[in-house]
Structure formats: C-alpha cells, structure tokens
Design a binder for this molecule. Structure first.
Ligand code: SAH
Length: 218
C-alpha cells in the first residue's frame, strides 16, 4: 500500500508519461498503476517514487525508470502460463510487476541485503508465485530451466549464452547489452527452432551484470 497521500494524482501523471514513451499495453499499464513504487525505495527517495526516473536503492544499485520497467515487461509478451526468470532482483519492483502477469517468477540477486528487503516486500504484497534467491545470476537457474521468458536487469557484454540456453524454444529474453554505460542497447531475443531472432529496442542505461566467471581468474 502506498503511503503517499497524492498517490492517485501522481500515478495518473506517471501513466500518461509512460504512454508517451511507448508503454501502451493495457495489462502492463494497469499493473504499474496498482503497484505503489514508493514501497520499494529508501525513505529519502519515496517522494520521487512516481517520477519516471531511476532511483538509488543502496549498494550502488538503482531501481529502473518505470518507463523502462514498462517497456521491458511489454516486450516480454507475458501470459499467465509463463515461467519467468529475472536476473537482478534489486528492490523487487520489476519482480512484482512481472509476478502479477505470469504463472511463476524465479528471481536472483547477488546482494543478500537487497534480496532480504525485496522478499519482505513480496510477503507484504502477499505474492506467493515468486521464488527469490541470493546468488550469482550469471549462471541462470539450471534446475528450473527452461524458462518461457527471461528478463536481465543488468547490462551484459553480449546476449549471455548461458541464459539463452535456458530459454525455451519460442521463448523471449530482454537484456541490456553493452558494457559502456553511455552506449548500451536494449535487445529482445526470441529463441527459434534453429537459432535466434534479435531486435534492437533502442538505447538504455543499466548497472553492469557482474559475471564471476569473467571477473575472477577462474
Ligand atoms: N530489477 C531491479 C533493478 C535492479 S538493478 C529493480 O526493479 O529494482 C540491477 C541488479 O542486478 C542489482 O541489484 C545488482 O546487484 C544485480 N546484479 C548484478 N549482477 C548480478 C548477478 N550476476 N547476479 C545477480 N544479480 C546481479
């Protein structure tokens, strides 16, 4: 529940802005509309929860702009039959939006403290179709694969092959690609019977996906 007395007015303005940036799917918009983003933010940033901006959530991480959350969710073309994987739970905001539109969401966060807070929010919102763990999401979640949908909430050097291999045939992955923060693209990959179809969704800006296989000497 939102604690902002002007929730309805602020949310109305945000929804209008989201439409202008291309979030037009009615189900995605109504899910954003009933999800109080202020619940996912540290106290100093709560008053800005309904602006279309990324905001700090601690540990040098940010919750994405509602416009980006909306676009990524829309491009996943979710139905209530889908099993979905999210890499980078962060505040849990994107996860809550996804979970309301799919059958089951698996989500992985490398900062245990962030995961703990996100889990409290899932419990508070009584969402029981989310399985969240602390760990390295670069390896995906092989025990639960394949997934019909994968959302990567941190930027990778390229479409991660490990995650692509955990995508069902016909499945969709949305992932920010590019390690230079000034030059990242949001990419939509559909797994086909014999390969992949890739579509560029435009410029974006995400924190890097920490890949322990690359960043250690292992
Ligand atoms: N979806 C989040 C935004 C997350 S920001 C939200 O709605 O708030 C990206 C998150 O990815 C950060 O919390 C960061 O800690 C996490 N992350 C980065 N690399 C990761 C990895 N290899 N495994 C799991 N989480 C990772």
């Amino acid at each position: 529940m939102s604690f902002d007395p002007n929730f309805a007015a602020k949310m109305g303005a945000l929804i209008l802005e989201l439409r202008q940036v291309g979030v037009t799917d009615a189900k995605v918009l109504s899910t954003i509309e009933r999800t109080p983003r202020d619940m996912f933010l540290p106290k100093p940033f709560k008053p800005r929860a309904f602006e279309n901006v990324a905001l700090p959530i601690g540990h040098h991480q940010t919750v994405s702009q509602p416009g980006v959350v909306g676009l990524m969710t829309q491009e996943l073309e979710l139905t209530e039959r889908h099993k979905v994987l999210e890499i980078g739970t962060g505040s849990g905001y994107q996860a809550i939006i996804l979970a309301q539109l799919c059958r089951r969401l698996y989500t992985i966060e490398r900062h245990p403290e962030l995961l703990k807070l996100a889990q409290m929010r899932f419990d508070c919102m009584k969402l029981t179709n989310i399985t969240a763990i602390a760990g390295d999401g670069a390896g995906g979640w092989p025990e639960q694969a394949p997934f019909e949908r994968i959302l990567v909430a941190a930027a990778a050097a390229d479409v991660p092959p490990v995650l692509f291999n955990q995508l069902a045939v016909g499945g969709i992955m949305v992932v920010p690609v590019g390690l230079d923060e000034e030059d990242q693209r949001l990419v939509k990959v559909t797994r086909t019977a014999d390969g992949a179809e890739t579509r560029d969704l435009g410029p974006t800006r995400f924190v890097p996906l920490v890949d322990s296989l690359v960043s250690t000497s292992r």
